[in-house]
Design a protein. Structure first.
Length: 380
């Protein structure tokens, strides 16, 4: 069964409470450089953890990172930048194929804005390549392509209409029934694989095979028109490149649509820009859409019961976190939508903006307004 990227990342996006270490390494293609960055991350983590852990506890917590430093072979398999995530229960190393800054943070949740940027710009997809004797199903993304399985048909199908026309009516009818049986089975197989995750399905193959498959196609998130009119295992790289261009344009259009919605809402004074009021609205489950920048961090603490904020000038201790990051996590956990963008893309260059379920009722309190004005002088 296929598991979406979002489902894979969900434990990281929703993890809270306790000590969380997040490190991002910039992959410039040199192992010695990555190990240097990892060594620096371990050193920074030790400083944060010294006041709150004994030597034994700290050594145990950082042991997976120390082991990775000694045996960093996994880095050779990663083409993109690298994310490292450690809490008391888990340790994960991920290939993160978006731009990141070299950072190490210790907080009460993971630093996830780079992961959110990755999710919104990199859609998973399925590619079903149909040959005369076999079908091949691939799972891909902007940075990867994996063969899930190859299935041989019970027998090969006629090559084109001209071949089918030479068959007797009875034989042609039997051939078509066998085609339909085979492709119904393929549809059932795809349906079983996609019970929890439904990436867009692209088809490649001759017109006749695509038409035969489409007769029984029930998968909702599919593109019925072939992305390529010919398929074999030798041209899968070219076919997947075409799909990536389509999805990259789709992702760009989706983000622009969201940014346009925020611009219109902001012009109509239907957005909330006060981070103190946004935090309280999120705790109350009233934020429908949130946009945050990944170009700055606002450090502090959130009272997860009241939504109250304590803003600090810099990262004070192991419980401080980027509040923009935490608020984004909370909205996601409530089923809301989060977009990560540059400040230049957000209306008036704000670091955060929200569309509320009841935004027309939201009134700023004097205390929050004063705190917001003070914060605005620092961050704009």
């Amino acid at each position: 069964m296929l598991i979406s990227k979002k489902m894979t990342l969900k434990p990281l996006l929703e993890s809270a409470e306790g000590v969380h270490l997040t490190a991002y390494l910039v992959n410039r293609g040199k192992l010695i450089d990555l190990k240097k960055q990892l060594r620096e991350a371990i050193g920074q983590a030790q400083e944060w953890l010294n006041p709150v852990m004994t030597d034994e506890e700290r050594a145990k917590f950082l042991e997976p990172l120390d082991t990775l430093l000694v045996d960093a072979r996994i880095f050779k398999e990663m083409k993109g930048n690298i994310g490292i995530f450690r809490n008391q229960e888990s340790f994960r190393v991920l290939n993160v194929p978006v731009d990141v800054e070299q950072t190490c943070q210790v907080a009460t949740s993971f630093h996830v804005k780079p992961l959110l940027r990755w999710l919104q710009s990199d859609q998973d997809f399925l590619l079903l390549g149909l040959e005369q004797r076999a079908a091949h199903l691939y799972l891909g993304s902007q940075s990867s392509l994996k063969l899930i399985d190859s299935i041989l048909y019970p027998e090969s199908f006629p090559k084109g209409k001209s071949m089918e026309d030479t068959l007797s009516p009875k034989t042609a009818r039997q051939s078509r029934l066998k085609e339909d049986e085979t492709f119904v089975w393929l549809n059932t197989w795809i349906a079983q694989l996609t019970k929890t995750s439904k990436p867009k399905l692209f088809l490649a193959g001759t017109k006749e095979l695509i038409e035969a498959f489409n007769r029984s196609l029930k998968y909702k998130n599919s593109v019925k028109a072939p992305v390529a009119n010919f398929f074999n295992t030798n041209n899968v790289s070219d076919v997947s490149s075409s799909i990536r261009k389509i999805l990259k344009a789709d992702s760009k259009a989706a983000i622009e649509k969201t940014l346009m919605e925020f611009r219109f809402a902001d012009e109509g004074k239907r957005t909330q820009k006060n981070i103190f009021q946004i935090s309280k609205a999120i705790v109350q489950g009233r934020v429908r859409k949130l946009i945050v920048t990944d170009e700055i961090s606002i450090f502090g603490k959130i009272d997860r019961k009241s939504g109250g904020l304590a803003i600090h000038p810099f990262d004070l201790d192991h419980e401080d976190d980027d509040i923009l990051d935490d608020l984004a996590q909370m909205v996601l956990s409530q089923g809301g939508e989060v977009t990560v963008a540059s400040r230049s893309e957000i209306p008036n260059g704000r670091p955060i903006l929200a569309i509320l379920d009841d935004d027309h009722k939201e009134l700023e309190r004097a205390e929050d307004s004063y705190q917001y004005e003070v914060l605005q002088e620092r961050f704009g």
